[in-house]
Design a protein around this ligand. Structure first.
Ligand code: CP
Ligand code: NVA
Length: 308
Protein backbone atom coordinates (compact mmCIF):
# COMPACT_ATOMS: atom_id res chain seq x y z
CA UNK A 1 0.00 0.00 0.00
CA UNK A 2 1.41 3.42 -0.90
CA UNK A 3 1.82 5.92 1.92
CA UNK A 4 -0.71 8.73 2.04
CA UNK A 5 0.67 12.12 3.06
CA UNK A 6 -1.16 15.43 3.65
CA UNK A 7 1.31 17.98 2.35
CA UNK A 8 -1.18 20.13 0.42
CA UNK A 9 -4.94 20.42 0.77
CA UNK A 10 -5.68 19.03 -2.69
CA UNK A 11 -3.75 15.87 -1.92
CA UNK A 12 -7.02 14.45 -0.57
CA UNK A 13 -9.99 14.13 -2.94
CA UNK A 14 -13.42 15.59 -2.28
CA UNK A 15 -14.64 12.10 -1.42
CA UNK A 16 -11.81 11.52 1.06
CA UNK A 17 -12.38 14.94 2.66
CA UNK A 18 -16.11 14.28 3.00
CA UNK A 19 -15.19 11.03 4.74
CA UNK A 20 -12.73 12.83 7.07
CA UNK A 21 -15.50 15.32 7.95
CA UNK A 22 -17.93 12.48 8.71
CA UNK A 23 -15.31 11.02 11.06
CA UNK A 24 -14.60 14.47 12.54
CA UNK A 25 -18.25 14.79 13.51
CA UNK A 26 -18.31 11.36 15.16
CA UNK A 27 -14.93 11.77 16.90
CA UNK A 28 -16.04 15.16 18.23
CA UNK A 29 -19.26 13.63 19.59
CA UNK A 30 -17.26 10.92 21.40
CA UNK A 31 -14.95 13.55 22.89
CA UNK A 32 -17.86 15.73 24.06
CA UNK A 33 -19.51 12.69 25.67
CA UNK A 34 -16.23 11.74 27.47
CA UNK A 35 -16.17 8.41 25.61
CA UNK A 36 -12.80 6.73 25.30
CA UNK A 37 -11.76 6.04 21.72
CA UNK A 38 -8.26 4.61 21.28
CA UNK A 39 -7.83 3.42 17.67
CA UNK A 40 -4.18 4.60 17.66
CA UNK A 41 -3.14 2.72 20.80
CA UNK A 42 0.66 2.31 20.89
CA UNK A 43 1.14 4.55 17.83
CA UNK A 44 3.64 7.41 17.94
CA UNK A 45 3.37 10.82 16.28
CA UNK A 46 6.56 12.87 15.93
CA UNK A 47 5.95 16.61 15.68
CA UNK A 48 8.77 18.72 14.24
CA UNK A 49 8.52 22.47 14.73
CA UNK A 50 10.85 24.90 12.97
CA UNK A 51 8.46 27.78 13.76
CA UNK A 52 6.42 28.74 16.83
CA UNK A 53 2.96 27.30 17.53
CA UNK A 54 0.22 27.17 20.14
CA UNK A 55 -2.81 25.60 18.37
CA UNK A 56 -1.02 23.20 16.08
CA UNK A 57 1.15 21.72 18.79
CA UNK A 58 -1.69 21.47 21.29
CA UNK A 59 -4.22 20.00 18.88
CA UNK A 60 -1.85 17.35 17.53
CA UNK A 61 -0.42 16.45 20.93
CA UNK A 62 -3.76 16.34 22.74
CA UNK A 63 -5.39 14.66 19.73
CA UNK A 64 -2.84 11.85 19.56
CA UNK A 65 -3.14 11.30 23.31
CA UNK A 66 -6.95 11.18 23.07
CA UNK A 67 -6.69 8.55 20.30
CA UNK A 68 -4.59 6.34 22.57
CA UNK A 69 -1.17 7.17 21.12
CA UNK A 70 1.82 9.26 22.05
CA UNK A 71 3.21 12.48 20.59
CA UNK A 72 6.88 13.51 20.69
CA UNK A 73 7.85 17.16 20.20
CA UNK A 74 11.07 18.09 18.40
CA UNK A 75 12.22 21.55 17.46
CA UNK A 76 15.06 22.97 15.45
CA UNK A 77 16.70 24.49 18.50
CA UNK A 78 17.36 21.32 20.43
CA UNK A 79 17.52 18.60 17.80
CA UNK A 80 20.18 17.90 15.16
CA UNK A 81 17.86 19.50 12.57
CA UNK A 82 19.11 22.88 13.72
CA UNK A 83 22.73 21.77 13.30
CA UNK A 84 22.50 20.94 9.63
CA UNK A 85 21.54 17.24 9.54
CA UNK A 86 20.11 16.70 6.05
CA UNK A 87 16.33 16.55 6.03
CA UNK A 88 16.52 13.30 4.03
CA UNK A 89 18.59 11.63 6.78
CA UNK A 90 16.27 12.94 9.50
CA UNK A 91 13.29 11.52 7.60
CA UNK A 92 14.91 8.07 7.33
CA UNK A 93 15.61 7.93 11.06
CA UNK A 94 12.47 9.57 12.44
CA UNK A 95 10.16 7.48 10.26
CA UNK A 96 11.78 4.24 11.46
CA UNK A 97 10.87 5.10 15.04
CA UNK A 98 7.37 6.44 14.61
CA UNK A 99 4.05 5.87 12.84
CA UNK A 100 3.23 9.40 11.75
CA UNK A 101 5.08 12.71 11.39
CA UNK A 102 3.78 16.30 11.49
CA UNK A 103 6.10 19.10 10.36
CA UNK A 104 5.89 22.90 10.61
CA UNK A 105 8.68 24.43 8.57
CA UNK A 106 9.69 27.08 6.02
CA UNK A 107 9.72 26.16 2.32
CA UNK A 108 7.34 23.49 1.05
CA UNK A 109 10.33 21.84 -0.58
CA UNK A 110 11.61 20.83 2.88
CA UNK A 111 8.47 18.86 3.74
CA UNK A 112 8.33 17.35 0.24
CA UNK A 113 11.91 16.09 0.64
CA UNK A 114 11.13 14.74 4.09
CA UNK A 115 8.05 12.89 2.78
CA UNK A 116 9.98 11.42 -0.15
CA UNK A 117 12.31 9.77 2.39
CA UNK A 118 9.71 8.80 4.99
CA UNK A 119 8.33 5.32 5.65
CA UNK A 120 5.27 6.80 7.36
CA UNK A 121 2.62 9.45 6.50
CA UNK A 122 3.71 13.07 6.80
CA UNK A 123 1.32 15.92 7.64
CA UNK A 124 1.96 19.57 6.82
CA UNK A 125 1.52 21.60 10.02
CA UNK A 126 2.23 24.85 8.07
CA UNK A 127 4.83 25.85 5.53
CA UNK A 128 5.50 29.21 3.88
CA UNK A 129 3.19 28.09 1.07
CA UNK A 130 0.36 26.12 2.73
CA UNK A 131 -1.57 25.39 5.93
CA UNK A 132 -3.83 22.47 4.98
CA UNK A 133 -4.80 21.40 8.52
CA UNK A 134 -6.12 24.89 9.18
CA UNK A 135 -8.42 24.88 6.18
CA UNK A 136 -9.57 21.34 7.02
CA UNK A 137 -10.83 22.71 10.34
CA UNK A 138 -12.15 25.92 8.76
CA UNK A 139 -14.29 24.17 6.17
CA UNK A 140 -15.56 21.73 8.78
CA UNK A 141 -16.48 24.75 10.92
CA UNK A 142 -18.29 26.42 8.02
CA UNK A 143 -20.28 23.24 7.36
CA UNK A 144 -21.12 22.87 11.06
CA UNK A 145 -22.55 26.41 11.16
CA UNK A 146 -24.04 26.83 7.70
CA UNK A 147 -24.12 23.51 5.79
CA UNK A 148 -22.36 22.75 2.48
CA UNK A 149 -19.80 25.30 1.26
CA UNK A 150 -20.20 24.41 -2.42
CA UNK A 151 -21.30 27.47 -4.43
CA UNK A 152 -20.65 29.90 -1.54
CA UNK A 153 -18.42 32.98 -1.61
CA UNK A 154 -15.46 33.34 0.73
CA UNK A 155 -13.83 36.79 0.95
CA UNK A 156 -10.12 36.71 1.69
CA UNK A 157 -8.85 40.12 2.84
CA UNK A 158 -5.11 40.75 3.24
CA UNK A 159 -1.97 38.82 2.43
CA UNK A 160 -1.95 36.08 -0.22
CA UNK A 161 -0.08 33.85 2.21
CA UNK A 162 -0.04 30.15 3.14
CA UNK A 163 -3.59 30.26 4.55
CA UNK A 164 -4.90 32.14 1.50
CA UNK A 165 -3.23 29.67 -0.90
CA UNK A 166 -4.87 26.80 0.93
CA UNK A 167 -8.33 28.42 0.76
CA UNK A 168 -7.77 28.71 -3.00
CA UNK A 169 -6.93 25.01 -3.28
CA UNK A 170 -9.97 24.15 -1.18
CA UNK A 171 -12.20 26.22 -3.49
CA UNK A 172 -11.17 24.00 -6.38
CA UNK A 173 -11.83 20.83 -4.39
CA UNK A 174 -15.20 21.90 -2.90
CA UNK A 175 -16.32 24.10 -5.80
CA UNK A 176 -16.81 27.45 -4.05
CA UNK A 177 -15.50 30.93 -4.95
CA UNK A 178 -12.90 33.08 -3.22
CA UNK A 179 -12.94 36.86 -3.61
CA UNK A 180 -9.39 37.94 -2.82
CA UNK A 181 -8.29 41.47 -2.05
CA UNK A 182 -4.60 42.15 -1.36
CA UNK A 183 -2.60 45.39 -1.51
CA UNK A 184 -0.73 45.91 -4.79
CA UNK A 185 2.42 43.80 -4.90
CA UNK A 186 0.95 41.07 -2.66
CA UNK A 187 -1.36 39.40 -5.22
CA UNK A 188 -2.02 35.66 -5.55
CA UNK A 189 0.64 33.67 -7.38
CA UNK A 190 -1.38 30.78 -8.86
CA UNK A 191 1.64 28.54 -9.37
CA UNK A 192 2.92 29.02 -5.81
CA UNK A 193 -0.63 28.40 -4.58
CA UNK A 194 -0.62 25.06 -6.42
CA UNK A 195 -3.81 25.79 -8.33
CA UNK A 196 -5.18 23.94 -11.35
CA UNK A 197 -6.67 27.14 -12.80
CA UNK A 198 -8.07 30.57 -12.02
CA UNK A 199 -11.80 29.68 -12.21
CA UNK A 200 -12.46 29.57 -8.48
CA UNK A 201 -11.15 32.96 -7.43
CA UNK A 202 -11.40 36.60 -8.42
CA UNK A 203 -9.09 39.44 -7.36
CA UNK A 204 -10.43 42.83 -6.22
CA UNK A 205 -8.39 46.02 -5.75
CA UNK A 206 -10.96 47.26 -3.22
CA UNK A 207 -11.43 45.03 -0.13
CA UNK A 208 -15.02 46.31 0.28
CA UNK A 209 -15.82 44.95 -3.19
CA UNK A 210 -14.32 41.59 -2.25
CA UNK A 211 -16.41 41.40 0.93
CA UNK A 212 -19.66 42.35 -0.82
CA UNK A 213 -22.31 39.60 -0.42
CA UNK A 214 -19.75 37.13 0.95
CA UNK A 215 -20.93 34.13 3.00
CA UNK A 216 -17.68 34.09 4.93
CA UNK A 217 -15.10 36.83 5.50
CA UNK A 218 -11.64 35.75 6.57
CA UNK A 219 -8.18 37.21 7.03
CA UNK A 220 -4.83 36.51 8.65
CA UNK A 221 -1.81 38.39 9.98
CA UNK A 222 -0.15 40.92 7.69
CA UNK A 223 3.28 39.42 8.43
CA UNK A 224 3.62 35.65 8.55
CA UNK A 225 6.33 33.76 10.41
CA UNK A 226 9.58 33.91 8.50
CA UNK A 227 8.79 37.33 6.98
CA UNK A 228 9.39 39.45 10.10
CA UNK A 229 12.00 41.63 8.35
CA UNK A 230 9.17 43.00 6.15
CA UNK A 231 6.96 43.96 9.11
CA UNK A 232 7.29 47.77 8.95
CA UNK A 233 6.80 47.86 5.17
CA UNK A 234 3.80 45.54 5.39
CA UNK A 235 2.11 47.56 8.14
CA UNK A 236 2.07 50.52 5.77
CA UNK A 237 0.98 48.55 2.70
CA UNK A 238 -1.86 46.69 4.49
CA UNK A 239 -3.29 49.63 6.49
CA UNK A 240 -6.52 49.70 4.40
CA UNK A 241 -6.98 45.93 4.52
CA UNK A 242 -8.50 45.65 7.98
CA UNK A 243 -11.70 43.63 8.39
CA UNK A 244 -13.88 46.05 10.34
CA UNK A 245 -17.59 46.44 11.06
CA UNK A 246 -18.20 48.42 7.84
CA UNK A 247 -16.70 45.60 5.83
CA UNK A 248 -18.81 42.98 7.60
CA UNK A 249 -21.89 45.14 6.83
CA UNK A 250 -21.45 44.71 3.07
CA UNK A 251 -21.14 40.91 3.41
CA UNK A 252 -24.32 38.82 3.79
CA UNK A 253 -26.08 39.56 7.06
CA UNK A 254 -25.37 36.05 8.34
CA UNK A 255 -21.77 35.99 7.04
CA UNK A 256 -19.31 34.23 9.32
CA UNK A 257 -15.95 35.70 10.27
CA UNK A 258 -12.91 33.40 10.57
CA UNK A 259 -9.26 33.91 11.46
CA UNK A 260 -6.76 31.08 11.90
CA UNK A 261 -5.23 32.92 14.91
CA UNK A 262 -3.08 34.31 16.41
CA UNK A 263 -4.79 37.65 15.60
CA UNK A 264 -3.69 41.26 15.92
CA UNK A 265 -6.71 43.35 16.89
CA UNK A 266 -6.42 46.80 15.33
CA UNK A 267 -4.32 45.48 12.43
CA UNK A 268 -5.89 42.86 10.11
CA UNK A 269 -9.11 42.73 12.16
CA UNK A 270 -11.05 45.17 14.35
CA UNK A 271 -11.81 43.93 17.87
CA UNK A 272 -15.55 44.43 17.30
CA UNK A 273 -15.43 41.90 14.43
CA UNK A 274 -13.30 39.15 15.94
CA UNK A 275 -15.12 39.50 19.28
CA UNK A 276 -18.49 40.12 17.61
CA UNK A 277 -21.53 37.91 16.94
CA UNK A 278 -20.48 36.69 13.46
CA UNK A 279 -17.08 35.47 14.59
CA UNK A 280 -16.57 31.71 14.93
CA UNK A 281 -12.84 31.84 15.68
CA UNK A 282 -13.03 29.76 18.87
CA UNK A 283 -15.00 26.97 17.19
CA UNK A 284 -12.51 27.16 14.35
CA UNK A 285 -9.59 26.71 16.77
CA UNK A 286 -11.32 23.86 18.63
CA UNK A 287 -12.10 22.06 15.40
CA UNK A 288 -8.37 21.79 14.66
CA UNK A 289 -8.38 19.11 17.37
CA UNK A 290 -11.31 17.09 16.04
CA UNK A 291 -10.48 17.39 12.32
CA UNK A 292 -6.83 16.43 12.83
CA UNK A 293 -7.82 13.41 14.94
CA UNK A 294 -9.97 12.27 12.01
CA UNK A 295 -7.11 12.99 9.61
CA UNK A 296 -4.58 10.99 11.66
CA UNK A 297 -7.04 8.12 11.95
CA UNK A 298 -7.59 8.14 8.18
CA UNK A 299 -3.90 8.31 7.26
CA UNK A 300 -3.06 5.41 9.58
CA UNK A 301 -6.12 3.17 9.43
CA UNK A 302 -7.92 4.06 6.21
CA UNK A 303 -11.71 4.02 6.12
CA UNK A 304 -13.65 2.83 9.15
CA UNK A 305 -17.39 2.42 9.27
CA UNK A 306 -18.99 5.17 11.38
CA UNK A 307 -21.71 3.86 13.73
CA UNK A 308 -25.15 5.33 12.90
N1 CP B 1 -3.55 28.67 13.52
C1 CP B 1 -2.41 28.08 13.91
O1 CP B 1 -1.83 27.25 13.20
O2 CP B 1 -1.98 28.47 15.14
P1 CP B 1 -0.56 28.16 15.81
O3 CP B 1 0.47 28.96 15.04
O4 CP B 1 -0.71 28.60 17.22
O5 CP B 1 -0.27 26.68 15.68
N1 NVA C 1 0.10 33.02 7.99
C1 NVA C 1 0.49 32.77 9.36
C2 NVA C 1 -0.36 31.70 9.95
C3 NVA C 1 -0.06 31.38 11.39
C4 NVA C 1 -0.89 30.23 11.91
C5 NVA C 1 1.97 32.41 9.42
O1 NVA C 1 2.42 31.66 8.56
O2 NVA C 1 2.65 32.91 10.31
Amino acid sequence: MSIKHFLQFNELSRDELDYVFERTRWIKQQFKAYKTYHPLHDRTLVMIFEKASTRTRLSFEAGMHQLGGTAIYLNTRDSQLGRGEPVEDAAQVISRMSDLVMIRTFEQDIIERFAANSRVPVINGLTNEYHPCQILADIYTYIEHRGPIQGKTVAWIGDSNNVCNTWLQAAEVFDFNVHVSTPPGYEVEPERAGLYGTDHYEEFADPMEAAKDADLVTTDVWTSMGFEAENAERKKAFADWQVDADMMKVAKSDALFMHCLPAHRGEEVAAEVIDGPNSVVWDEAENRLHAQKALMEYLLLGRIETPK
